[in-house]
Design a protein around this ligand. Structure first.
Ligand code: ADP
Length: 482
């Protein structure tokens, strides 16, 4: 496995990875990192649970690690390759061979989630210490979110040797809570059950365990990194993160620019900065698809319909926008109350508002290609992907000044317009009034064809691929291992 120009090896531990298993953006990032890092000289293997849906795929893969007592049962690791990514699957049927999703079955969250993902983390720490039979040893253990949070802790408490660890927070809202009585069962040292280490509001949190024991902490945007140290965003962990501020950094996610490319998207009438006029053909198709006739700017929402995403602000802000000539197409699903609110807008503004409840990848491409603007009024947004798709397709993002939204969109202000660098509209605070004013600004900017075209070109030029982020991860790894 010795590669030319190899700078080091990384074991990535996560509960999701595209194309194998996905419930959210975490899977996209974990799946994209190996190829992005390979370009920087870092060889990455990804350790995942062998969920039922993945077991058949691993048939015939060689066994590279096993334990007779992985938290009460047998566990083994199988090594293979999927779409060029080197994958390690933890086969522990008592934990992962079940009908349902990664975290829940028909009756809600699996009651043994703490133990299931502790098992994943244990195997990760064993591999980090050089446990693989094929001789592969990582220099860096890189774990993602609460599901892998105990891995840096196991590594530290049992002797890490030269291996350094990194934990990445994709969303602080999920913390891997467990009762204190599970300390022994989770193979954690009683001596570390205090506020500066494992104890979390009287219980345990795998995310906190990772945050206090990893050598470095990253999150998916610089702004979210600083927000996480504040009570409004830290969700109880703000003090833990602030105490380690020197080890915290924010590295933006990238998007797959081969999938999200207006020049090469098979779902749309292709266009580029030079052939922007063809975007109008996509707009006409999109209006027909949603039954809309919109004289002014056509905005879209492609999102989980949840409180986090600020969807509840739209009904109060929209009437003035509609009156100003605007229209809205919505694709999403989630909270039934918000789904109902979106359907209510469709009924109230026929021909101006169209709504599809559901998940539809192809339609989302046609929406980004055809719309003028994408609305992302999130209350918090660790990184966010849809504003970056918008930039790629000259569909200007209208976003709140939070997390990755603040880091990827240059809001139109007199200064940024004079400098010719604006790529969208950024508003604050996150309320219906600010959204209403942002939509008013959208109508005004859109009415100035020359200015609008300039902003579209700025947006399409903005780099949203993985190159800069991969280089930032590589610098982090080098700083730790060097
Ligand atoms: P989050 O991970 O918080 O949901 P992100 O913006 O990071 O938000 O990622 C959401 C991803 O899911 C994007 O790729 C977005 O296009 C996609 N998505 C969300 N809802 C839908 C939907 N209804 N149909 C198609 N794609 C969707």
């Amino acid at each position: 496995m010795e590669a030319e120009g190899l700078r080091g090896r990384v074991l990535s531990v996560a509960s999701e990875c595209v194309p194998l298993i996905k419930t959210g953006g975490l899977a996209d990032v974990v799946g994209a990192l190996p190829a992005a890092l390979a370009g920087q000289g870092w060889q990455m293997r990804v350790l995942l649970p062998a969920y039922r849906s993945l077991r058949a795929r691993a048939a015939g893969w060689p066994e590279v690690w096993a334990s007779d007592d992985l938290f009460g049962g047998r566990g083994r690791v199988l090594a293979g390759e999927v779409d060029g990514v080197s994958v390690l699957l933890l086969d522990a049927p008592q934990f992962f061979d079940r009908e349902g999703g990664p975290y829940s079955g028909g009756a809600g969250d699996w009651p043994d989630n703490a133990l299931r993902f502790a098992a994943l983390s244990w195997a990760g720490a064993e591999i980090a210490r050089g446990g693989l039979w094929d001789g592969w040893r990582p220099d860096i253990l890189h774990v993602h979110d609460w599901q892998a949070g105990y891995a840096p802790a196991y590594l530290r408490y049992q002797g890490a040797g030269a291996v350094k660890s990194v934990i990445t927070v994709h969303n602080i809202a999920f913390q891997g809570w467990a009762p204190a009585a599970m300390l022994g069962m989770l193979r954690l040292p009683g001596s570390e059950f205090h506020a500066d280490a494992l104890e979390y509001y009287g219980g345990l949190s795998s995310l906190k365990a990772g945050l206090v024991t990893a050598d470095a902490i990253t999150t998916v945007s610089p702004t979210y990194a600083s927000e996480l140290m504040r009570p409004e965003f830290g969700m109880g962990l703000q003090g833990v993160i602030a105490a380690r501020a020197a080890q915290v950094s924010g590295i933006l996610n990238g998007v797959d620019t081969s999938v999200w490319s207006p020049e090469a998207d098979s779902e749309i009438v292709a266009f580029s900065q030079r052939t922007l006029a063809r975007k109008a053909e996509n707009r006409a198709i999109l209006q027909t698809e949603f039954g809309l006739e919109v004289p002014g700017p056509l905005a879209i929402v492609v999102s989980r319909l949840t409180d986090q995403k600020g969807i509840d602000l739209i009904p109060a802000a929209l009437p003035e926008f509609i009156e100003g000539g605007g229209g809205l197409a919505v694709l999403g699903s989630g909270d039934p109350v918000l789904e109902g609110a979106m359907r209510g807008l469709e009924a109230r503004f026929p021909g101006r508002v169209g709504v599809r409840i559901g998940y539809d990848e192809g339609l989302s491409h046609r929406m980004f290609a055809g719309a003028d603007a994408v609305l992302v009024p999130s209350r918090f947004e660790p990184c966010g992907l849809t504003q970056m798709y918008g930039l790629r397709y000259g569909t200007l993002p209208v976003v709140t000044a939070t997390g990755g939204l603040a880091d990827t969109v240059i809001g139109a202000t007199p200064a940024t317009l004079a400098a010719g660098v604006a790529t969208g509209i950024v508003f604050y605070p996150t309320d219906a009034l600010a959204l209403r004013l942002a939509l008013r600004q959208l109508v005004d900017l859109h009415a100035d064809a020359r200015l609008w075209a300039q902003m579209q070109k700025n947006a399409m030029r903005h780099p949203v691929g993985w190159e800069a982020s991969a280089a930032a991860y590589a610098r982090l790894y080098e700083g730790l291992s060097g």
